[in-house]
Ligand binder design. Sequence first.
Ligand code: NDP
Length: 301
Amino acid sequence: MSDVQRVAKKIDGKAFAENMRRRIAVQVEKIKSSHGITPGLAVILVGEDPASQVYVRNKGKQTAECGMTSLEFKMPATATEEEVLAKVEKLNNDSDVHGILVQLPLPDQINEAHVINAISPDKDVDGFHVINTGRLATGQKAMVPCTPAGCVVLIKDVLGNDLSGLKAVVIGRSNIVGKPVAQLLLNENCTVTQAHSRTKNLPDECRAADILVAAVGRPNMIEGDWVKPGACVIDVGINRIAAPERGEGKMRLVGDVDYESACQVAGSITPVPGGVGPMTIAMLLAATVTACCRIEGLVEP
Ligand code: NDP
């Protein structure tokens, strides 16, 4: 079969995340029975953004399903920065809480960096605190952002643990996805190119990639002929587009990669939905267990 006819292996992030959650539930049970400690995750939601409400609800549900304590703190959209900082401080000092997550985005009157950097770095399960960013960049033990960590877990599941020398192209340089993905792949000894909106000849850059990670936020931007035959393609993008075929006013989710054409060339590829997306909460739960073990002085699973 020629490269053009090849259909990529679909990377099933949904199934992978389900398995991960089952393993995490076993770890949580062990921590409880051996040490009498229940890992606890606290989520702060400020305002009524509908998407954030859904995310927080799902996080809470899955945290509880894994046997952990799930705490949710809803604050009004009018909350001041001082009020949010006071809540963070209280949770920093709460010994039943091992992970703290502040759902982003925050309302305009609140400085996100102030709030994130007020979280105890040891409880920063989202890995956005500047100390964790610095630790990751300098090869120290860090709390790692969940979506990027999920990308690398999926890549290793497909390509094996040794990614040394592979050429990785990461499109996007945001602090929450692009930069940490590139950093993690660099730490895995990949040769990493970080592409962004000013990158010249982006299709050519992509064609050189053994691992192509798209974190842009532009529907179907990366076409099949940008993909190196056999490459591992990780599509982080979540884009809502009109789906008239489903009825008037209906929408559907697509990634940054044109799945149909990329499938003909790639060796493996994550679908949207059902690829990277489900990994984020699974990695958050894993991070909470890790934070709990580090804080309580237990052996990490
Ligand atoms: P940002 O908007 O913060 O960053 C987008 C990046 O894409 C920027 O670095 C930008 O470059 C780059 N970019 C924009 N246009 C182009 C272009 N034409 N060519 C090359 N690069 C371009 O987005 P995020 O990183 O927050 O998120 C990216 C996507 O991932 C979104 O679709 C988001 O919904 C999704 N996402 C999914 C998650 C999950 O699965 N759980 C979690 C988080 C995000 P520049 O810096 O030059 O502007």
